[in-house]
Design a protein around this ligand. Structure first.
Ligand SMILES: Cc1cc2nc3c(=O)[nH]c(=O)nc-3n(C[C@H](O)[C@H](O)[C@H](O)COP(=O)(O)OP(=O)(O)OC[C@H]3O[C@@H](n4cnc5c(N)ncnc54)[C@H](O)[C@@H]3O)c2cc1C
Length: 563
């Protein structure tokens, strides 16, 4: 019975990518009486991109919502579980995940077939220029990141973009990958990295090459000068040849495969609202998240499912569109928040390539800020045990945090230091001293030992360069360590700036850093120390006593003796 379905005479989907096709199929299934048409600007067989990755969780959700799509992905895709980092001639294998990769064109082909079987009309080579000309009760803007529908009503949807500094180009190739593989290759110009994985039985792999802008400028892998604008086809070929040479040692067959493989900067898109009048956005037209979290297509498919579900639950179109946005937006925003530090990792990876391999592994795994020592241990206990032993000689959080630390002229006997109570967050640079084994934040107090600075109330997106400059200036005046605290008012947001400043001070300036965690999370603290993001962690003094596992560290921490 279709008693509640929103009654629609005609629905038009602009864009025949994953979002548009799945939404069209589900609309038609909602009410076979609705006329559903997909307008796609390209010919049927003109796909872009190579393989896409889906996590096991994504597939399980799809199985519940659209079983045939889950079965198609499982049938068409390739499955593997490990992550592998290849750098300086070493391989590090990280387990505990489960992925399915599928060719983007096979996924689109399968969706098109289902669309036709369901009675959706597919009109190819029809580019929509004016959305107001479309004859429909409901227009789905599923026309990708450069959406015409969204831009036409920009004053209603309020799009906002952030352009990544890193350059990437999406290729295919035949390589000896049997996992989600990351290759790092140093050239005379700087570092290039690959995100690669096999996605079909023929052994074709996604081969996505990424580099920082300075390396890219030096290499000019377009073959064009700074003031020349290359035509897409020609620049494709130069990019393909350049990357094929850089990674020749990893290819089983010479030469990468190109398909619209131009150098780009990833664009993260957010839109304030997703619907206006009879227009609704979904997929990349509404939002994007950096490809390193492998979630763009997943979000596009989940949008389509949520929209169809909302339209099935009521016969009130505006209410259904509101419900769709209310259900999806918070989930998408959470994913975008996790993608932000992952994108930053790839913008900065040249800084991490000289970390010892096990540490690089933890740094990479925890790049989105959510992986603690415990969570990493659940995913790959053997890797974490080995890392703990490499770092501390023992195993577990207490062993890691109980590892001594040598400063320029002093030694602390563990990685946890106690911070005196009563240090409210106050944006700016403040003095800290160590007195009776406790960090004291007080600009007036100059009588303690081990003077340092506190960069307080850090916020993402604005404080990194300034924070590094302030800390380096303080070190020139004699500061021996730098403590960093995020602005709690910005929730997770300040922690990225905190980590980025901390690791730059450690890796580029050799300055010891202390990350202030309040409320304390010793599991996270162990990750921050193990991954090389910080040397020490400060927690409020009273928290040390409350934590039975860490209390032993307190007595050792408090010791402070000149070496
Ligand atoms: C390098 C890279 C790697 C990625 N890897 C992954 C991954 O591993 N896993 C994953 O889940 N996602 C990945 N993604 C993201 C994924 O490709 C997109 O999120 C996904 O394709 C979004 O689907 P969509 O249907 O919203 O948009 P699209 O796939 O972009 O489809 C939009 C369609 O609209 C058509 N169109 C555009 N304008 C018009 C117009 N005016 N008129 C008519 N038609 C129009 C286009 O031709 C296109 O067919 C990756 C993205 C990039 C850039």
């Amino acid at each position: 019975m279709l008693t509640h379905v929103t009654q629609l005479r005609r629905v038009v989907t602009v864009g025949g990518g994953p979002a548009g096709l799945l939404a069209a199929i589900l609309m038609k299934e909602n009410d076979p009486a609705t006329e559903v048409e997909v307008l796609e600007r390209n010919p049927a067989d003109a796909g872009y991109g190579f393989g896409l990755v889906f996590s096991a969780v994504t597939l399980a959700n799809l199985r519940a919502d659209v079983p045939w799509l889950h079965d198609d992905l499982t049938r068409l895709g390739r499955h593997w579980s490990d992550i592998e980092l290849r750098l300086h001639g070493e391989n590090l294998r990280l387990g505990g995940n489960s992925f399915t990769a599928v060719s983007r064109s096979r996924l689109v082909g399968s969706l098109r077939q289902h669309a036709e079987t369901t009675g959706v009309r597919l009109t190819d080579q029809r580019e929509v220029t004016d959305p107001e000309d479309i004859d429909a009760d409901l227009v789905l803007g599923a026309d990708g990141v450069s959406s015409r529908i969204r831009d036409h009503f920009a004053g209603r949807f309020f799009p906002e973009i952030r352009v990544a500094t890193a350059k990437y180009a999406w290729f295919g190739g035949y390589a000896d990958f049997d996992a989600l593989t990351f290759l790092f290759e140093r050239t005379e110009h700087g570092w290039f990295a690959v995100h690669g994985y096999p996605y079909d039985e023929e052994g074709t792999c996604t081969f996505l090459v990424e580099t920082d802008p300075a390396t890219w400028e030096r290499a000019r892998p377009t073959g064009y000068g700074p003031d020349e604008t290359p035509a897409p086809g020609a620049s494709d070929e130069v990019a393909r040849r350049f990357c094929s040479e850089v990674f020749a040692g990893s290819l089983l067959q010479p030469g990468l495969l190109a398909n619209n493989s131009v150098w780009r900067n990833f664009v993260t898109l957010r839109t304030k609202t997703w619907h206006h009048d009879r227009y609704v956005l979904l997929g990349d037209a509404a939002h994007t998240a950096h490809f390193s979290v492998g979630s763009g297509t997943k979000m596009a498919l989940e949008d389509a499912i949520a929209l169809a579900t909302a339209l099935r639950a009521t016969n009130d179109l505006p209410a259904a569109l509101r419900e769709y946005e209310a259900r999806r937006k918070p989930k998408v925003e959470r994913l975008q928040a996790a993608a932000e530090p992952s994108m930053a990792w790839w913008e900065n990876f040249r800084r991490y390539v000289d970390l010892p391999m096990p540490q690089l592994g933890m740094h990479f795994l925890s790049r989105s800020g959510r992986v603690t020592h415990q969570r990493a241990s659940e995913e790959d206990p053997e890797f974490v045990r080995g890392l703990d032993r490499w770092f501390s000689g023992g195993e577990g959080v207490d062993a890691v945090l109980g590892t001594p630390f040598d400063g320029p002229s002093w030694r602390l006997t563990s990685r946890v230091v106690a911070l005196s109570a009563g240090s409210p967050v106050q944006r700016g640079v403040r003095s800290i001293v160590l007195r009776d084994g406790r960090m004291v934040v007080d600009p007036q107090d100059t009588a303690g030992e081990l003077p340092g600075v506190l960069l307080d109330g850090l916020r993402d997106g604005q404080d990194v360069e300034q924070g590094v400059a302030d800390a380096v200036a303080a070190a020139e005046r004699g500061a021996q360590l730098v403590m960093l605290r995020a602005d709690p008012a910005t929730a997770e947001a300040g922690t990225l700036a905190r980590s980025q400043i901390s690791e730059r001070l450690r890796l580029e300036h050799g300055l010891p850093t202390v990350t202030l965690e309040d409320p304390p999370d010793f599991d996270l603290a162990a990750q921050l120390v193990l991954s090389g993001r910080t040397d020490l962690v400060a927690v409020p003094a009273e928290a040390i006593g409350e934590h039975p596992g860490i209390s032993a560290a307190e007595t050792r921490t408090i010791e402070h003796s000149p070496r």
